[in-house]
Design a protein around this ligand. Structure first.
Ligand code: ADP
Ligand code: MG
Length: 240
């Protein structure tokens, strides 16, 4: 589904990704863990073309996306992203947040987009908030709207960058539950997270990043139960 070859990313002279090779299979959930500053967000942002790749290749369904001729909007329609800070449009109602991209980019008509929007809001348990504004919602509710908005583009995969890190503790579960349901429905997902319980339970694969490299990857049982690399062991020793 997504293939990354020898991915390098520099910000000026700072090398942040130092040669990443990875493949994500369809319908799998890959959880990415690792210390702050290790390049996890940059990795996701390169896949979504929010950052320009310095060197290497990213393929989505065998199509190389880091090419000058690539239509960035088309890639973002295929690969959705959910951010730590929700990033809803504050001046738009919940339903308008969800329907805007399918109407503008997928050229869906309003009736069709709104029907889909209400269906997705029901799925995340928030159709009753369709005509509210983001500021009238809790953080957990806003993040669930952000997930509905990503789904509205009917993406082939969704990237999540620490989706629960900005939430009060009592709201974490409602967001993780929505993500767990998506995983069970077969959505391909890459999830950068500090929620080790989620990674262990929902992840098909767990990737440990440190210093711009994928240091180790494996099943949750392998990474959490029997990590091989000293840096993985040291990190898990601090967070578990
Ligand atoms: P993580 O998500 O694992 O915490 P990031 O990918 O955000 O790590 O950052 C990796 C490194 O890249 C950090 O040293 C960070 O300061 C740097 N970095 C990230 N974004 C930028 C940017 N836009 N300009 C310069 N440096 C950046
Ligand atoms: Mg980050």
């Amino acid at each position: 589904m997504i293939k990354i070859e020898n991915l390098h990313k520099y910000f000026g002279k700072l090398e942040v990704l130092k040669g990443i090779d990875y493949e994500i299979q369809e319908k799998k959930v890959v959880c990415v863990i690792g210390p702050s500053g290790s390049g996890k967000s940059t990795f996701l942002r390169c896949i979504n073309m929010l950052e320009e790749v310095t060197d290497g290749a990213i393929y989505i369904k065998n199509v190389k996306i880091n090419e000058p001729k690539t239509n960035i909007n088309a890639i973002r329609a295929e690969v959705g992203m959910v951010f730590q800070q929700f990033n809803l449009f504050p001046h738009m109602t919940v339903i308008d947040n969800v329907t805007m991209a399918p109407m503008q980019i997928r050229k869906m008509n309003r009736t069709e987009a709104e029907a889909l929007g209400h269906e997705l809001l029901k799925k995340v348990g928030l159709d009753s908030k369709a005509y509210n504004y983001p500021e009238q919602l809790s953080g957990g509710q806003q993040q669930r709207v952000a997930i509905a908005r990503a789904l509205a583009m009917k993406p082939k995969a969704i990237l999540f960058d620490e989706p629960t890190s900005a939430l009060d503790p009592e709201m974490v579960k409602e967001v993780l539950d929505v993500m767990k349901n998506l995983a069970a429905e077969g959505m391909t997902m890459i999830v950068v997270t500090h929620e080790m319980g989620f990674a262990r339970e929902v992840g098909d694969r767990v990737v440990f990043m440190d210093g711009g490299y994928i240091v180790e990857e494996g099943t949750p049982e392998e990474i959490f139960g029997n990590p091989q690399n000293e840096r993985t062991k040291a990190f898990l020793g601090k967070v578990l």
